[in-house]
Design a protein around this ligand. Structure first.
Ligand SMILES: C[S@@+](CC[C@H](N)C(=O)[O-])C[C@H]1O[C@@H](n2cnc3c(N)ncnc32)[C@H](O)[C@@H]1O
Length: 227
């Protein structure tokens, strides 16, 4: 039987959802800080953001963080098990079970839309971006695994060898690839690119800040502002 027919993505598996947040306390603790810095750097480039829809919010790790910064937030995710954990961790949080391609919100009902690290599981990006454009008034900010980084290259090789099931259904994007998708999704002249950056460089370089080098940094932040 083909792999697609038997494969259950990790984010639908309750035992993985339960431990997902522990990664941020363990080996990804430093990466988490740098990723948040990068997302804040992008968000600060869009004026008038009060509300944020976080698409692919998972267990709500970044949703809670955005709330702590003073934004009004809603988390949306395809997985009921990830959302179950999100609701346990933040009882008053607002979360909806939804797919990025079909968001249950009215046109222009939110100030900004944001994705963190979930684009890897999204094959039809142009559709996703257009849907984000439909509901978001000011812009979109996204953080994703950079295709041009050593951890991502390792993951791509592992998948090719039939290992690392976490990424069997993943697609990895570089800066030019993501910019191309954005240009396909939006009408020229109706948006402008934000100042992008990368974070989480290999430890041997000792870089803990944001750097505008489109390779090696494993977390890539890109965004657009709507006109
Ligand atoms: C790597 S996790 C990221 C979770 C969270 N943003 C974080 O960084 O901790 C990817 C998330 O994307 C969600 N996801 C995958 N495909 C999706 C889709 N089509 N629409 C909405 N969410 C999706 C998964 O359920 C999962 O929770």
């Amino acid at each position: 039987m083909a792999r697609e027919e038997t494969f259950t993505p990790w984010y639908f598996q309750p035992e993985i959802a339960k431990v997902y947040e522990s990664f941020y306390e363990g080996k990804y603790k430093e990466a988490d800080i740098q990723e948040k810095n990068l997302l804040k750097f992008l968000l600060d480039q869009i004026d008038g953001v009060g509300e944020i829809l976080e698409v692919g919010c998972g267990t709500g790790h970044f949703t809670r963080w955005l709330n702590s910064l003073g934004y009004k937030v809603v988390g949306a995710d395809i997985s009921p098990v990830m959302l179950g954990v999100a609701k346990e961790l933040w009882k008053d949080g607002k979360f909806v079970n939804a797919r990025a391609e079909f968001l249950p919100f009215k046109d222009k009902s939110l100030h900004v839309d944001r994705f963190v690290a979930y684009l890897v599981y999204m094959p039809v990006l142009v559709r996703v971006f257009r849907e984000a454009r439909r509901v978001a008034r000011r812009g979109i900010v996204m953080g994703l695994m950079n295709r041009w980084s050593l951890p991502t290259i390792r993951r791509i090789i592992q998948v090719k060898l039939g290992k690392n099931p976490y990424y069997f259904n993943a697609r990895f994007y570089s800066l030019p690839m993501i910019k191309k998708k954005i240009k396909q999704a939006f009408v020229d002249g109706e948006f402008e690119f934000l100042d992008w950056s990368c974070a989480v460089f290999p430890k041997i370089f000792g870089i803990k800040k944001l750097v505008k080098i489109p390779f090696l940094g494993s977390f890539l932040g890109v965004g657009v502002k709507f006109k």
